[in-house]
Design a protein around this ligand. Structure first.
Ligand code: COA
Length: 366
C-alpha cells in the first residue's frame, strides 16, 4: 500500500487555493474594502461619511435594504435564557432557539420580504441578548419602560446592559457597530452565505457565522490585544515585549490584514471614537501600535502589516466598560448587519456553494 507521503508527492496540487486567497466566489453590491486606498464603503458610501452622521440602525437599513429607512426596529422583550459561562455560546444558543420559537421557516420556502423581516427581528434580538449577557445573571433586568425611553439602538443596548447610557458611550458604540457592520467577503460572511445557499433558515446562517468569528485570526483578537497592552504596561517596554512575542513564534494581535496593504480604515475611525472616552489605555495603545508597525516593517519589508479593526476595538470596548469576554459577541452582533445583507443577496443571486477538493491520500495499488 502506498504511504500518504508518497501519494501526496504524486498528485499535482498546484490548482489548490489553500485559504481561497484571490478566489472571487461572489459578485456583491454590499461593501467594498479598498485594499490599497485604505477605505471601506457600504453600497458606495464611505464609512467615514456615515459615522456620527447616520445612526447604526439606519446603516443596517443601508446594508440590508439599500436605503436608510425603515432600518432596524427596537428589540421585542425577550429574556436571555441561556447562561453557559461563555457569552458567545449564550448568544448563539439563544438565537438558534428563536427559529422554532418564532416559527421561522427555511429560507428556500419564504419571500424576500419575510426573510428581511425575520432578519431584522433576529439582528436586534442578538444585540439585546449581548446586553443581557453583559448585565450578568445576578442582576435584575432593567424594566422595559426604561429601555423604551432610549432614542437609539446603541442607547437601548447600554440601558439594557447597565441601566444608564453615558452619551459619549452611546456615540462610541454607534461608531463601533457602524465600523464593524460589514466587510465584504471574509470567513464569517462566507460561512453565512454557505449556510444560506443550502436553503436553511436564516438564524442558522447567523449562528454559524458567529462560530466562524470566535477564532483569533478573525474576530477574536480584541481580547488578546488588551492582554498585550496589559503585558506591555507591566514591562514598560513595548519594543522588547513585541520582539519577545515574535521570537516565540507568535503574531502581534491587532496587526495585519488579509485585504488591506495599508492601515485598516476602521482603525482610524475607532481611534477617533475612543478619544472622548478619556481611555487610560489610548496613549499606550498608540505607542504599541507605532512600535509594532516599525518592528513588522523591518522584519517584513515586502508585506505591509499595520493596525487592523481589532486593535482599537479593544481600546474602545474596554473604555466603554465591557468585560473582555463580551468583546467578540459585541463584534458579532454589529456584524449581523452585514451577514443579514449577504443572506438576502445570496438568496437572490447565489447558487448552492459546493467547492471541490483534490484527493491526495492513499489509492489502491495499481
Ligand atoms: N504579527 C506578526 N507577523 C504577522 C502578522 C502579525 N500580526 N500578520 C501576518 N504576519 C506575517 C506572517 O507570519 C507571515 O509571515 P511568513 O510569510 O514569514 O510566514 C506573513 O506575515 C503573511 O501572513 P499571512 O498568514 O499570509 O497573512 P494572512 O493574510 O493570512 O493574515 C491575519 C491576516 C489578520 C490573519 C494576520 O495578519 C494575523 O494573524 N493577525 C493577527 C491576528 C489579528 O489581528 N486578527 C484580527 C484580524 S481583523
Amino acid at each position: 500500500m502506498a504511504s500518504t507521503d508518497s501519494a501526496a508527492k504524486a498528485v499535482d496540487t498546484s490548482d489548490v487555493q489553500s485559504g481561497l486567497e484571490g478566489v472571487i466566489a461572489f459578485a456583491t453590491e454590499i461593501a467594498e474594502p479598498d485594499r490599497a486606498g485604505g477605505a471601506l464603503r457600504y453600497r458606495g458610501v464611505d464609512i467615514e461619511d456615515l459615522v456620527g452622521v447616520v445612526p447604526f440602525e439606519q446603516v443596517w437599513g443601508l446594508l440590508v435594504d439599500g436605503k436608510f429607512t425603515p432600518g432596524l426596529p427596537p428589540a421585542e422583550p425577550h429574556p436571555l435564557s441561556v447562561r453557559s459561562g461563555d457569552p458567545r455560546v449564550d448568544v448563539q444558543s439563544a438565537l438558534a432557539m428563536l427559529a422554532p420559537e418564532w416559527g421561522f421557516e427555511q429560507l428556500i420556502d419564504i419571500s424576500d420580504e419575510e426573510a428581511r423581516d425575520n432578519l431584522a427581528r433576529s439582528s436586534v434580538m442578538a444585540l439585546s441578548f449581548v446586553a443581557q449577557s453583559a448585565r450578568g445573571a445576578g442582576h435584575p433586568p432593567i424594566p422595559q419602560a426604561e429601555i423604551d425611553l432610549a432614542s437609539s439602538i446603541p442607547e437601548r443596548f447600554l440601558i439594557r446592559w447597565r441601566g444608564e447610557a453615558n452619551p459619549d458611550h452611546v456615540k462610541a458604540i454607534d461608531a463601533y457597530w457602524i465600523s464593524a457592520a460589514e466587510h465584504g467577503m471574509n470567513a464569517s460572511t462566507f460561512t453565512a452565505r454557505v449556510v444560506t445557499s443550502t436553503g436553511s433558515d436564516l438564524v442558522s446562517a447567523v449562528v454559524a457565522a458567529i462560530g466562524a468569528l470566535k477564532g483569533p485570526l478573525h474576530g477574536g483578537a480584541p481580547g488578546p490585544v488588551l492582554d498585550m497592552l496589559d503585558a506591555v504596561a507591566a514591562t514598560g517596554d513595548a519594543e522588547t515585549w513585541l520582539l519577545g512575542e515574535l521570537a516565540a513564534g507568535r503574531r502581534i494581535m491587532g496587526m495585519g490584514h488579509r485585504v488591506y496593504r495599508v492601515r485598516d480604515p476602521r482603525a482610524a475611525v475607532l481611534e477617533l471614537a475612543v478619544q472622548p472616552l478619556a481611555s487610560p489605555r489610548l496613549a499606550l495603545a498608540r505607542d504599541v501600535e507605532r512600535a509594532a508597525a516599525k518592528i513588522l516593517r523591518e522584519r517584513k519589508p515586502d508585506r505591509p502589516l499595520a493596525a487592523n479593526v481589532e486593535f482599537y476595538t479593544a481600546v474602545l470596548l474596554d473604555a466603554v466598560g465591557l468585560a473582555r469576554e463580551q468583546f467578540t459577541p459585541t463584534f458579532a452582533v454589529g456584524r449581523v448587519a452585514g451577514w443579514s445583507a449577504h443572506v438576502i443577496e445570496q438568496r437572490r443571486t447565489g447558487r448552492l456553494i459546493r467547492p471541490q477538493s483534490r484527493y491526495v491520500g492513499e489509492r489502491p495499488a495499481a
